[in-house]
Write a protein that binds this ligand. Structure first.
Ligand code: ATP
Ligand code: MG
Length: 292
């Protein structure tokens, strides 16, 4: 009987390992097909967005010129008082509500510029996601340096929302693509900052090494992730953030990057208590992963 119980236990364990492997496989297949789609879309959108953006600069200049001409006309208008031309101008000005228009045009331009910038950012994210123009530069790098410089970049997003506590352990240099891993840290840090948005919380960064692996944990005491979302957060475009705030690409991008390093990205979360993400990567470049 004991032997039976034992082999049953072993089977159960094996089963759950299989389940994990299957999940990972599904995730990487999903990523691969979406990646191709994303690369295509990004490529198609990139060109038109490029010329809209550059025309925009010219357009702004032209508008400024037109406004100057308009101002000169307005100056001259008083001389036309009493004439037919003067009356026509005054009527037209009334009809199109010139004063309002003059205020509104710059506001519209600003808003549109922000919109285009956002589209460009999304296209860039999509490109990164599908790794179209990433160079494969593997080097030995100090992850602490990477985390620190990433912290500098996202400092503005974080400093009013959370206190950052560093608990760095002993880390050997890691053979990796540093700028890509930095992107992972950035996504995790920004997510953590968003999660503590309403509370002013704490973000704790821990690092360490175990055997041939280095790990980095980013933990927050923010809103946490509901159980039903946990299986979806690594999916491209899954987001709970309001429209315009998140694209839902951060974690799927990060997942792909860590996978490319032969590592793991794991999450542990409790709604109301907080979330901990753990990145584990091999210290030495892993053998070529089965292409994702
Ligand atoms: N630290 C965290 N705490 C709570 N929820 C989180 C955390 N990190 C991620 N999430 C959840 O996972 C979702 C997906 O995260 P992901 O980074 O992929 O996209 P996003 O942050 O919504 O948008 P993007 O990163 O593209 O701007 C988030 O919308 C949020 O619901
Ligand atoms: Mg994010």
């Amino acid at each position: 009987v004991q032997a039976l119980v034992r082999s049953n236990d072993e089977l159960t364990q094996l089963n759950s390992k299989l389940k994990v492997a299957q999940d990972q496989l599904m995730q990487s297949e999903k990523l691969a097909s979406i990646g191709q789609l994303a690369a295509g879309v990004a490529h198609e959108i990139n060109n038109p967005v490029g010329y809209v953006f550059s025309n925009f600069g010219t357009l702004e200049k032209y508008l400024a010129d037109l406004f100057r001409v308009l101002a000169a006309y307005e100056q001259a208008e008083s001389q036309l008082a009493g004439t037919d031309a003067g009356a026509t101008l005054a009527a037209l000005r009334e009809e199109i509500d010139l004063d309002y228009l003059k205020d509104d045009v710059p506001a519209l331009m600003n808003e549109s510029r922000e919109g285009i910038k956002r589209v460009r950012k999304i296209v860039q994210d999509l490109k990164d996601f599908s790794h179209v123009d990433t160079k494969q530069d593997w080097e030995w790098a100090d992850l602490h340096k990477g985390i620190d410089s990433t912290l500098n970049i996202v400092n503005n997003e974080i400093k009013y929302k959370a206190e950052v506590i560093k608990q760095y352990g002993n880390l050997p240099e890691v053979q990796c693509m540093p700028s890509e891993l930095n992107q992972v840290f950035m996504n995790l840090l920004v997510n953590a900052a968003h999660a503590v948005d309403k509370t002013r919380g704490t973000i704790t960064i821990r690092t360490g090494a175990a055997g041939q692996h280095a790990w980095v944990e980013i933990e927050d005491d923010g809103c946490g992730i509901p159980k039903e979302n946990l299986s979806r957060i690594f999916d491209p475009f899954f987001t709970t953030k309001p429209v315009g705030k998140g694209t839902g690409l951060g974690l799927s991008l990060s997942y792909g990057i860590v996978q490319k390093h032969g590592g793991r990205l794991e999450v542990d979360s409790e709604p109301g208590r907080g979330t901990r993400f753990r990145v584990t990567v091999p210290v030495c470049r892993a053998e070529q992963q089965p292409s994702a």
